[in-house]
Design a protein around this ligand. Structure first.
Ligand SMILES: *Cc1c(COP(=O)(O)O)cnc(C)c1O
Length: 239
């Protein structure tokens, strides 16, 4: 094995242990939680190693980096999640490789995603990104719709050709009433998910938790955790 493969294998094993322990503590079966490895800023060679190590779900947050990486790895059995703020002029590119867009947060984006998914002949999974720190009618600093806007967006996605409503995503807020209270934030997301599933029973995905707070997300009931740093290492520069 290469040094990098050893390193990634060791990090993955540690993250796997954390997820398993969090599931056990919450009385949840391990299979209820899917690990998504966030490879932003890391090269396609790391994606290839992760695939060899059994990782199937990858995430990226910038189309400029993600598009060439996904193209280089198109021979691998991977599911790509797009988790970053998405400008409508990038949608055509993102629809070319993403299986799931986790950052749907405004009606205009739904319209363009639908148009491009239909054009590409694909069905695209969509999560509504919730900004728990945003006031009603507002969007979060890092994207996301305020809780009051979920229903309208969910109905739009559910009716849009080419799109499939899969659930909700959040990033723990740095400001507002949930700052520093990740578990409370993720529990709030679960309540919102329960509400969503009354009208959309198949929208069962709850994507929450990153390297620093995956335990709190699993405890709250998340179905997907998005882990970057703890697997790949500390990112240099932006990302
Ligand atoms: C970068 C990123 C992650 C992973 O964060 P880490 O702290 O590196 O685990 C998860 N979700 C989103 C939306 C991200 O942009």
């Amino acid at each position: 094995m290469t040094d990098r493969k050893d390193e990634l294998a060791e990090n993955l094993a540690k993250v796997e242990e954390r997820i398993a322990a969090a599931c056990a503590a919450a009385g949840r079966p391990r299979e209820e939680v899917t690990l998504i490895v966030v490879t932003k800023t890391y090269p396609a060679s790391d994606v290839r190693i992760l695939s060899e190590l059994g990782v199937r779900h990858l995430a990226e947050n910038r189309d400029q980096d993600a598009a060439p990486k996904a193209a280089e790895c198109s021979d691998l059995p991977l599911t790509w999640h797009f988790v970053g703020q998405l400008q409508t002029n990038k949608v055509r590119s993102v629809v070319g490789y993403a299986d799931i867009v986790q950052s749907v947060d405004r009606p205009k984006l739904v319209t363009v995603l639908s148009k491009e998914a239909v054009r590409a002949g694909r069905e695209l999974g969509c999560l509504i990104q919730v900004a728990l720190d945003a006031g009603d009618g507002a969007r979060g600093e890092r994207g996301g719709v305020a809780p009051g806007g979920i229903e309208e967006l969910a109905d739009l996605v559910a009716r849009a050709p080419g799109l499939r409503l899969d659930g909700l995503m959040t990033v723990a807020p740095l400001a507002g009433e949930y700052a520093g209270r990740q578990q409370a934030a993720f529990e709030r997301l679960m309540v919102l998910s329960t509400g969503l599933r009354r009208a959309h029973p198949a929208a069962t995905m709850v994507s929450a938790g990153m390297s620093a707070d995956l335990e709190q997300a699993v405890a709250a009931g998340a179905t997907h955790v998005r882990v970057g740093t703890a697997v790949l290492g500390v990112r240099l520069g932006l990302g």
